[in-house]
Design a protein around this ligand. Structure first.
Ligand SMILES: [Ca+2]
Ligand SMILES: [Ca+2]
Ligand SMILES: [Ca+2]
Length: 165
């Protein structure tokens, strides 16, 4: 075998190893993450929980509230944050106990998607534990016009079920 051919074969083996390793990592990640989006007519609200360790969970909430870019810019220009997230328990399909708020990390206005907000927080399993045994939780997003101090909309995510902590 020429040296060039041997090197090429070695490279191919390495590429295969890296590919298999990446696929394994992806599978492991998917096993510990749950994500659900509403795809509603007036908005799209995504709610995601990632297990970070045995005791901690990353909460991600993403919303686009459809409106004109001008209207979205107005919400952003007003004093204070226009979007708030509260994670709540769900009992028999109805919103139940308030659990915790999630921190706003970015806010944007676009012509295609209106007002967008991203929220993140790392919590313990105990904070997600809203019932003994199985737990059901939802993210509730409130849109506030801080100019007039009025609630302009409330958006409720799909339910995520788990058994925390
Ligand atoms: Ca429940
Ligand atoms: Ca409950
Ligand atoms: Ca529980």
């Amino acid at each position: 075998m020429s040296r060039e051919l041997a090197e090429r074969r070695l490279l191919r083996v390495l590429v295969t190893v890296v590919t298999v390793f990446a696929a394994a990592c992806l599978t492991a990640g998917q096993a510990s993450a749950t994500k659900t989006c509403t795809g509603a007519a007036n908005s799209n609200l995504c709610f995601e929980i990632n297990r970070l360790s045995n005791e901690t969970f990353g909460i991600d909430v993403d919303i686009d509230v459809y409106m004109s870019q001008g209207e979205a810019l107005e919400y952003i220009a007003n004093p204070g944050d226009p979007l708030f997230v509260l994670i709540q328990g769900d009992d028999s399909g109805k919103l139940a106990e308030p659990l915790f708020a999630v921190t706003l990390v970015s806010l944007g206005a676009s012509a295609g998607f209106g007002l967008g907000g991203e929220f993140e927080r790392v919590v313990t399993g105990g904070m997600l534990n809203e019932d003994s045994g199985q737990d059901e939780i939802r993210a509730v997003v409130t849109l506030v016009d801080t100019d007039t101090n009025s609630v302009k909309g409330t958006f409720v995510s799909n339910r995520i079920t788990g058994n925390w902590p």
